[in-house]
Design a binder for this molecule. Structure first.
Ligand code: KIV
Length: 272
């Protein structure tokens, strides 16, 4: 496997395409604020997604539906101010692109102009293809998102694995080809059978980034707060936790409270 792309000064959609061709896996994580984005960018992460999962992990909503365009632009601008190298992709929030391609374009333009991000992501295939085409016609790079599409939770009523029936699998493959032909630079496949994801990744020319879609795709994405163990009440099978930050933060804050109450903090060296 080539690791040459770890040294590129700025990750572009072209770099991601080259990574797919060379077989170098793409590492993507979410971020929603300046401080975490700065840490992530310093590690050499390839793509930072300002996900509408901010609605859950930052704002405490039970779905991604309530987050607004202004709120996404606020999160995206904070991330962009921190990032030098990673490609920054911003989720278009629910209600800003479905069913009206003109509104989709003006939403995407606002995201690009006001946040300085590199690309947008939106959920769906055939149903949103007019919006995808119109956004692409303005020169804005688009990442697709198929499989489990959390903005459609009320249509499906559940977050279970998607595309397990033949009909749904066929539609997903067709949608992936459609998005590719339209000119999307990449597609996220969420929570679908690994075999189906592998088939899509081998059939289409653009990078496929999986979350709960197995390893035979071109890259992986996780929600930062999940993989760091901040959101402890969310434990799907696909999630690997790399830390237990909730416990670590609780420990630090408890120690601080004890130090304040016992007059241990601040000591003489910590005062003027
Ligand atoms: O909003 C998000 O975090 C996402 C990822 C789960 C891909 O769309």
């Amino acid at each position: 496997m080539s690791t040459s792309y770890r040294n590129v000064p700025k990750v572009t959609t072209h770099v991601l395409q080259e990574m797919k061709l060379q077989g170098e896996k793409i590492a993507m994580l979410t971020a929603y604020d300046y401080s975490f984005a700065k840490i992530l960018d310093g590690t050499g992460i390839d793509v930072i997604l300002v996900g509408d999962s901010a609605s859950n992990v930052m704002a405490g909503h039970s779905s991604t539906l309530p987050i607004t365009l202004n709120e996404m632009i606020y999160h995206a601008s904070s991330v962009v101010r921190a990032v030098r190298r990673a490609l920054v992709v911003v989720d278009m929030p629910f209600g800003t692109y479905q069913g009206n391609s003109k509104e989709a374009l003006s939403s995407a333009i606002r995201i690009m102009k006001e946040s300085g991000a590199d690309a947008v992501k939106l959920e769906g295939g055939k149903e949103v293809i007019e919006s995808v085409d119109r956004i692409l016609s303005a020169g804005i790079p688009v990442m697709g998102h198929l499989g489990l599409t959390p903005q459609s939770i009320h249509k499906f009523g559940t977050y279970v694995v998607r595309a397990t029936t033949e009909e749904e699998a066929i539609k997903l493959v067709e949608d992936a080809h459609l998005l590719t032909r339209s000119g999307c630079f990449s597609i996220v496949l969420e929570k679908i059978p690994a075999k189906l994801a592998a088939k899509v990744a081998s059939e289409i020319k653009i990078p496929v980034i999986g979350i709960g879609a197995g390893r035979d795709v071109d890259g992986q994405v996780l929600v930062l707060h999940d993989m760091l163990g901040i959101t402890i009440d969310f434990s799907p099978r696909f999630l690997r936790r790399y830390n237990n930050l909730a416990e670590s933060v609780q420990g630090s804050v408890t120690a601080y409270i004890n130090d304040v109450k016992s007059l241990d903090f601040p000591n003489e060296r910590e005062q003027y």
